[in-house]
Design a protein around this ligand. Structure first.
Ligand code: FMN
Length: 177
């Protein structure tokens, strides 16, 4: 399987990136091809809502989404990786999701597999409710096939994350595919 991880933290060496790396290691050990893309380092502007694309067609904005769109459409699985920012995904990852607009039908038709990797400082039982609800709704709307999620509660720093069981859980999820 060709797996694309959309790593949405601006910290290239942070906790989200750590889970993404461990997930990728597990998936590669299981024989899959994995590419992790730090979307925050790309030049991807927010959707302007012009709908020149008609929800399927060339986007009026020319930036790094063009290349990412090709990667998305060649993938069998999309992994959304994000730290929790005000109980949602980061603006950088949301900008990418909003730009799905110009490939909406193509993405939906592919019935891509998907997963969610996330970390947060808090560890209340409701910490990930809003993000999970958003992810579950994307799965439903985009006809994705959810393969699992790692919800890294109490992962406020890289050190906290390294000492949690979540990197192992990310590896196990990748290896289970
Ligand atoms: C702008 C911002 C918003 C955040 N919002 C939340 C939040 O709503 N809930 C939470 O538990 N942690 C929140 N955090 C903490 C991060 O999710 C946490 O530190 C995470 O480990 C950062 O991951 P990273 O190393 O991949 O960047 C926030 C951090 C920042 C910078």
């Amino acid at each position: 399987m060709n797996i694309l991880v959309l790593q949405g933290s601006p910290n290239a060496n942070g906790s989200t990136a750590l889970l993404a790396r461990e997930f990728a290691r597990g998936a590669r050990d299981a024989g899959h091809s994995v590419q992790v893309v730090d979307v925050a380092s790309l030049d991807i502007a927010p959707c302007t809502g012009c709908v020149a694309c008609g929800y399927e067609g060339p986007c009026a904005q020319y930036d790094d989404f063009d290349g990412l769109r090709q990667k998305i459409l060649s993938a069998d699985m999309l992994v959304f990786a994000t730290p929790l920012y005000y109980y949602g995904m980061t603006a950088q990852l949301k900008a990418v999701v909003d730009r799905f607009c110009s490939a909406n039908s193509s993405i939906t038709r592919k019935h891509l597999k998907s997963a969610l990797l996330t970390v947060a400082w808090n560890a209340d039982d409701w910490t990930f409710d809003a993000l999970e609800s958003h992810y579950d709704t994307l799965v439903r709307y985009l006809s994705l096939q959810d393969c699992g999620r790692v919800l890294g509660a109490g992962c406020g720093t890289v050190s906290m994350t390294k000492h949690s069981g979540f990197p192992e859980k990310a590896y196990a999820l990748g290896q289970s595919l």
